[in-house]
Design a protein around this ligand. Structure first.
Ligand code: KIV
Ligand code: ZN
Length: 525
């Protein structure tokens, strides 16, 4: 086996579908997970962590189906340190050409306290569970959760036990995003120096972003000898998220002069998958986000624009094309035909089958009738709504008329189709959006609490579409709905209904105590 520190190739382990999907409100449907996994596979991700099979039936099915469909990537599932989790994980990943079991336990004093395990008892448990996993497959990853806050001597001891029990990858998680680059590197270096057998395994780095240093910490770990980076698309993940795939991959590409490590990622696929993950997770990408933000290649000031016209390298350290953005973007209009739309979507990283194009074209024509120019971002919003409509939604907005203005009361006349039956109601409220939401709730009563209501314009101009995000919470389950329309109140109604439909799927998919968000990380053997 190639040893950790000699290998110049850094493996990319994507955990968008596991750690990323754990972000409150980022739940994806089965088909969406399969689609994202196929995109990850195609872009060259080495290992896809497809889910946490014991967490719910839905997670198990998703991991199994991704394992069956995978072409190139290793397919990995997560399991706590007990035989039941590990067996369930194996049942799901075993269909892959290259399966991996990833088992973990919290090793820091705080986590040992929760599990009420002594250092010795935990060490025994690690030996038993890793050996058990290794009897099922020769590709076993082990993680000491909260490694960064684990006593160094104990960390060395448990890593050695995991290696002896047969782990082939040792992941060092900064579970709470607490470390800094120097420490991240020192810990990897220490493990490589002190642990017998360390040069026979791959060390991985898994960094959370609570202090905004996840990418820097991951790269520091690589410089110290780690050869697997765990990351997610758009940095999705618990709390402030994880290392963003696009950031580490582009950093290694752009600064190859000082970090001479390669990844197998086709970077031209980055923008397409970033947009798709944003759509299916309902998490908009912040405008100034590195690499994939809307402004990442935009230049506003006169000095910058002047420099760009003379030599693009003055203010761009990578080309938009390197991450899959077409150089210039010409808007479409109502006279644009099917072929122009297809070419444009292909250019943006969304190749369409004929039947998909048919539906998107109808939506495009409808939008182009209401809006003079249809920009790339309008098309992206339109694709998201088309995707949502595909998902057999139980509730649909059929008709909405609001009365608003300076004279109260504002009211909404709404017809929803619920399970194929039209239901109509008129409600008053404190403004048109409040009246509309009250109307939805009066037709489809729910105890879900509105946690967030956010509107942003997709493009400029008074005819711009508004994208509305709505986040609902019910019994600890959080879902996000999104929709876009040139009419902000219509977009609000559709976003609320989209969130409701996601909540209904979540309700069906899992009982609260078997849900991925509520699985306790502390089960013993
Ligand atoms: O952050 C973390 O510690 C994790 C583990 C499950 C690897 O995600
Ligand atoms: Zn994590």
């Amino acid at each position: 086996m190639t040893t950790t520190s000699k290998q110049d190739r850094v493996l990319i382990f994507d955990t968008t579908l596991r750690d990323g999907e754990q972000s409150p409100g980022a739940t994806m449907s089965h088909n969406e997970k399969l689609e994202i996994a196929a995109m990850l596979d195609e872009m060259g991700v080495d290992i896809i962590e497809a889910g946490f099979p014991i967490a719910s039936e839905g997670d198990f099915e998703a991991v199994s189906d991704i394992a069956k469909a995978s072409k190139n990537s290793v397919i990995c599932g997560l399991a706590r340190a007990n035989f039941k989790d590990i067996d369930r994980c194996w049942e799901a990943v075993k269909h892959a050409a290259q399966p991996r079991i990833h088992t973990f336990i919290g090793t820091s004093p705080l986590h040992r306290d929760i599990t009420a395990l002594s250092m010795d008892a935990m060490a025994d448990q690690i030996h038993e569970t890793v050996s058990h996993a290794r009897n099922l497959t020769d590709n076993v990853q082990w993680s000491p959760m909260d490694a960064i806050r684990t006593e160094h001597d104990y960390l060395c001891r448990v890593v050695e036990i995991a290696i002896k029990a047969g782990a082939t990858t040792i992941n060092i998680p900064d579970t709470v995003g607490y470390t800094i680059p120097r420490e991240s590197a020192d810990i990897i270096r220490m493990l490589l120096e002190r642990v017998p057998g360390a040069d026979e395994v791959i060390f991985a780095t898994h960094c959370h972003n609570d202090l905004g240093m996840a990418t820097a910490n991951a790269l520091a770990a690589v410089e110290a000898g780690a050869r697997q980076i765990e990351c997610t698309i758009n940095g999705l993940g618990e709390r402030a998220g994880n290392t963003a795939l696009e950031e580490v991959v582009m950093a290694l590409k752009v600064r190859h002069d000082v970090m001479p490590y390669d990844t197998g990622i086709d970077t031209t696929k980055i923008m397409g998958i970033s947009r798709r993950v944003s759509q299916v997770s309902g998490f908009p990408v912040q405008f100034n986000k590195a690499i994939v933000g809307k402004n990442a290649f935009a230049h506003e000031s006169g000095i910058h624009q002047d420099g760009m016209l003379k030599n693009k390298e003055t203010f761009e350290i990578m080309r938009p094309q390197d991450v899959g953005l077409a150089g210039t973007s010409l808007p479409l209009g109502k006279h644009s035909g099917r072929a122009a739309l297809r070419a444009k979507l292909e250019d943006m990283g969304y190749p369409m089958a004929d039947n998909q194009l048919k539906d998107v074209f109808v939506r495009f024509k409808d939008l182009a009738d209401r809006k003079k120019e249809v920009f790339d971002d309008d098309l992206i919003a339109l694709l998201r709504d088309a995707g949502a409509a595909d998902q057999n939604e139980r509730i649909k907005v059929k008709f909405l008329r609001v009365i608003c203005g300076t004279e109260a009361p504002q009211s909404a006349d709404l017809t929803l189709e619920v399970d194929g039956v039209d239901k109509q109601v008129t409600c008053q409220g404190d403004g048109p959006v409040d009246a509309t939401f009250k109307a939805i709730k009066s037709i489809f009563p729910t105890t879900a609490r509105l946690q967030l209501y956010q509107v942003h314009a997709v493009t400029e101009g008074t005819d711009a579409q508004a994208t509305v995000s709505v986040r609902l919470e019910e019994d600890g389950k959080i879902v996000t709905g999104q929709s876009s329309d040139t009419d902000t109140v219509v977009a609000s109604a559709k976003a609320y209904v989209n969130a409701m439909n996601r909540l209904l799927v979540r309700r069906e998919k899992s009982a609260p105590d078997s849900d991925v968000k509520t699985v306790k990380y502390t089960d013993a053997v």
